[in-house]
Design a protein around this ligand. Structure first.
Ligand code: NAP
Ligand code: MN
Length: 266
């Protein structure tokens, strides 16, 4: 039976060119291509930028089938394969010339008046004000009260998401396989009235982070997972911890992360 490969592609011209090229080579090599998520596939290829990779991962509901990204976007921190390297990537894949990297996800459990919900993310969760007013949050690590935050909001980032919004807010870069997650403040207020740590905090995977919004009006709080806004009413708390599920990414060049870092940021 032919092996199936899922390909998810955004609709820019370069991505469509990459899609046609990949499909042609893989079909010649006797693979079957699926443009929708097929649970019997051996690989997921996401063509585009990081956004395409994120949407690919969410679209499969965080499947265990490994991912690889082909970069036709502007940045591409999940996208190791360049357009020029498509043939080499397919040959390396067939010859099993790669390692498999575990990408740890974060989970957020939310308690509202009448519901308990849960969400997963690949990059980060954001709790922020949805207006120009500040928000107030009580922050607990493993039920120990750490601080009462006041400011624009907070980012709770995975290691692989640390180069995204977290980095823009002054958080640290964490290599994707590091075990832990990061709490980074967005425009925190320091005054005699409000005091919170100015550095971001790296929390071990064995701990949980609990956030209690202190707002009288729940309407002030916005909640985002990987850049997607969600609306919930009357949230009594958010609890963040490592997700039970992981995803897997093929790595063809073990030095690529640092090469890409210098290439894209410096
Ligand atoms: P977007 O608005 O197009 O993304 C913003 C930028 O973040 C894009 O350049 C994207 O790269 C890059 N990016 C995404 N994940 C990354 C990662 N893990 N490491 C380094 N850069 C990364 O929206 P999107 O493409 O759907 O991505 C969603 C992400 O945007 C969110 O998860 C959040 O991290 C980020 N974001 C950043 C800011 C900020 O920095 N001020 C504000 C809001 C959201 P590509 O161009 O390759 O897609
Ligand atoms: Mn994008």
């Amino acid at each position: 039976m032919k092996k199936i490969i899922n390909i998810f592609c955004n609709d820019n011209d370069k991505s469509l060119k990459a899609f046609i090229k990949i499909k042609e080579i893989l079909t010649k090599k006797d693979f079957m291509i699926s443009e929708k998520f097929n649970k019997d596939a051996v690989l997921n290829i996401c063509i585009g930028g990081d956004g395409s990779f994120i949407r690919g991962v969410h679209g499969t509901n965080f499947t265990k089938i490994p991912f690889v990204g082909v970069n036709t976007g502007t940045l591409g921190f999940y996208q190791e394969i360049s357009f020029e390297n498509i043939e080499k990537f397919i040959n390396d894949y067939i010859e099993e010339n790669y390692t498999m990297e575990k990408i740890r996800l974060l989970e957020c459990e939310m308690q509202t008046n009448d519901m308990n919900l849960s969400k997963k993310c690949l990059n980060e969760f954001v709790i922020r004000s949805n207006s120009s007013e500040i928000i107030h949050l009580d922050i607990f690590i493993d039920d120990n009260h750490l601080e009462t935050f006041a400011g624009d909001g907070i980012i709770i980032s995975t290691p692989s998401g640390s180069t995204a919004y977290n980095m823009s807010a002054g958080g640290s870069i964490m290599y994707p396989t590091v075990r832990g997650f990061q709490l980074t403040a967005v425009a925190p207020i320091f005054s005699k009235v409000y005091r919170s740590l100015s550095n971001s905090i790296i929390i071990p995977n064995t701990s949980s982070l609990k956030i209690i919004p202190l707002e009288k009006s729940y309407k002030k709080i916005a909640f985002t997972a990987d850049g997607i806004d969600h609306k919930y009413e009357n949230i009594s708390y958010f609890k963040f911890k490592k997700a039970y599920k992981k995803i897997y990414k093929l790595v063809f060049n073990k030095d690529w992360y640092w090469i890409n870092m210098k290439d894209k940021f410096l």
